[in-house]
Design a binder for this molecule. Structure first.
Ligand code: MTE
Length: 324
């Protein structure tokens, strides 16, 4: 994020494809594989684009039905996931080495039900809902993503945190064999993030396990990642293996890396510029295709990314220039 920053306008037009095109291409690949053996098509089916599993019975939700989602191909091709490299296309190229199944998550700290849990015990299929959220990156580009997930609040309730739990801390897997970027020192590992308990319990906050009705692609943080739509994208920690209830504010990776540039709260705020660039506007990556995406007009960034009604009350009385 700090290094090798590409502008949204650097996204190749060939990357911007509608989902229908992507799905048809995948059907073609599957059909071809069934007839002649998938090994015949290695070059058109890179591992990160391998067919993922459809999530059944996903409930629609009240969030985002009217928003036009970004194309799946853009969502899967323009990523930040330093465990697989610092370039935007590195995660797509390299994330096939991640093994999201089987997966366990440790729950620790101030809660009654701590321990190590299988993914399947934490995320039940009947709970899954679609949430189409605007997502705003601190690098001043944005996407609309049709996530599938569960409210983080439901998972927290099962853990039964005690009165001492004021914050929730999250950690990503550390395994340099699966995550080649961890062999270098682009960041301190594990990637960590945190939320205040009331932010974590807010109905907008979800643990995402899918996109466009299918399991999360590895490069987007399989098998489960945090999504907090009123905060900059870097709060959305990926491939989580540990959740800890803490009394004190937990560390967050970008805040540790550059405290003058990234605060703990990281709420989308057009009035508080990043040290080195403005946050007043953003370039939407819409997935409208080709030139439309390349030359997408910048739009004004909204306070709390447009979710002020749902979350502004969480910060009443706080000076958001100080707690940025
Ligand atoms: N989580 C981990 N573990 N490692 C990362 O490098 N990058 C963050 C966040 N979560 C990151 C991470 C940043 S900077 C952003 S903008 C979002 O993931 C990007 O999510 P996306 O690639 O699914 O759009």
């Amino acid at each position: 994020m700090l290094i090798q920053m590409k502008k949204a306008s650097d996204v190749l037009s060939s990357e911007i494809t509608r989902k229908s095109f992507y799905m048809n291409r995948r059907k073609f690949i599957q059909a071809a594989g069934a007839v002649s053996g998938a090994a015949l098509f290695p070059s058109i089916a890179p591992p990160a684009f391998a067919a993922s599993a459809k999530l059944e019975n996903v409930q629609k939700s009240q969030w985002g039905g009217s928003l036009q989602p970004t194309s799946l191909e853009s969502i899967m091709s323009h990523n930040n996931f330093y465990e697989f490299g610092t370039g935007k296309s590195d995660p797509k190229e390299n994330a096939h080495t991640l093994k999201p199944k089987p997966w366990t998550v440790e729950i620790a700290g101030h809660a009654k039900n701590t321990g190590r849990f299988n993914f399947e015990d934490l995320v039940k299929p009947h709970q899954l809902e679609e949430r189409i959220y605007r997502m705003r990156c601190v690098e001043a580009w944005s996407m609309v993503i049709p996530w599938v997930g569960i409210p983080l609040a439901s998972l927290i309730k099962k853990a039964e945190p005690t009165g001492n739990a004021k914050y929730v801390a999250f950690e990503t897997l550390v395994d340099p064999k699966q995550m080649p970027g961890q062999r270098g020192r682009s960041l301190k590992w594990p990637y960590v993030e945190g939320l205040r308990m009331d932010e974590a319990m807010n109905p907008l906050t979800i643990m995402a396990v899918g996109i466009y009705g299918e399991e999360l692609p590895n490069q987007n943080g399989a098998p489960l990642r945090l999504v907090v739509p009123w905060k900059y994208g870097f709060k959305g920690i990926k491939s989580i293996v540990k959740i800890t209830f803490t009394e004190k504010e937990p560390p967050s990776t970008w805040n540790k890396q550059a405290p003058q540039e990234y605060g703990f709260y990281s709420n989308v705020n057009p009035d508080v510029n990043h040290r080195r660039w403005s946050q007043a506007r953003e370039r939407p990556i819409t997935g409208e295709g080709g030139l439309a995406a390349l030359f997408a007009k910048k739009i004004d960034t909204l306070k709390f990314n447009g979710y002020a009604e749902e979350v502004a009350h969480l910060y009443q009385g706080m000076d958001l220039k100080k707690f940025f």
